[in-house]
Design a protein around this ligand. Sequence first.
Ligand code: SF4
Ligand code: SF4
Length: 310
Amino acid sequence: MQAPYRQVHVRPECAPEAVLSHPSWKEGLRTLQNPAWPLLRLSALLFLTGPFDSLEGLAQELPSPLDIDGVTYQDPTKTLLDHLDCIQRLSEIKTGRPGVGLPVILSETGDILDPMEAALALIHQQALERELERANSLLCAPCGCALCCTGPSPGSRKLFFEIPLTGEECAIFPLPVIDTPKSRTLTSGDEPPLFFSGRPFYEGDPGIYRWSDGPSLILPVGTRCPLLEETCRCRIYSARPRVCRLPQVFSVVVEQDGGRFVRRNKLLAVWDCPYVRALTNEIETYARRNGLTVVYRENKGEHGSFMRHA
Ligand code: SF4
Ligand code: SF4
């Protein structure tokens, strides 16, 4: 009898006409082609140097449509108002309280950014996280791909994939939780591996394991997440765990490096993802308009645990 949550899954390319003409794909593409950052950056400079008492007031003064760096904003007022929660920290600088609530952010050469540069870097990071999560959902949906929700393919050199979870997220999954004194002394990457039911943990069925560095969902070779439907959609999509929400193109404007924050100005794109491979030109243009450098890399690396670090 076939074990539960096992399947041979298909990983199609995002190229067929049905995908390219799908409304969700088109909307995702529009999101990439119209990044908010050029407008936010201009608004920040206008606000800090102009006679504006508030960002809301500035938003009402923006002409429409507005062309900036090759991006046409049909309704710049709405775009700016949609990002008010990100950009609001500029008010502290405008009112002469620079640095209030800001962490120390270093350049890659180790210099401390001044409060305005630090605030802009944080605004940029926050705006991109939101924008790219939205683009990811829109572009992923029509691809019919389940790569993020399945274990390695049979024949892969990888032994398992891992999705880190919070304690609360463990309860979402209808799976056994393996939480033993031994599991709590190990991580999933340790050698020799944790044995469970007489075999290495990654040779069993999908399960939740409680490691020394926190719990995770383990998907062995040829398995899928129990919440993945036959249609390649997630049964709990709107309530899916945090790691499942990470986009396949994600911003590293500011990175936490140990106890420090460092400005990186990078855009990481996960090459395994079919929509990333289909949209390299669009991703390059998106990065240029954001003043970022694109770095492509394989996500599901040799140890099957990249998602922990993504
Ligand atoms: S919870 Fe949903 S999004 Fe996350 S791995 Fe399972 S099916 Fe995929
Ligand atoms: S985000 Fe990309 S890799 Fe993940 S399931 Fe969607 S299309 Fe596949």
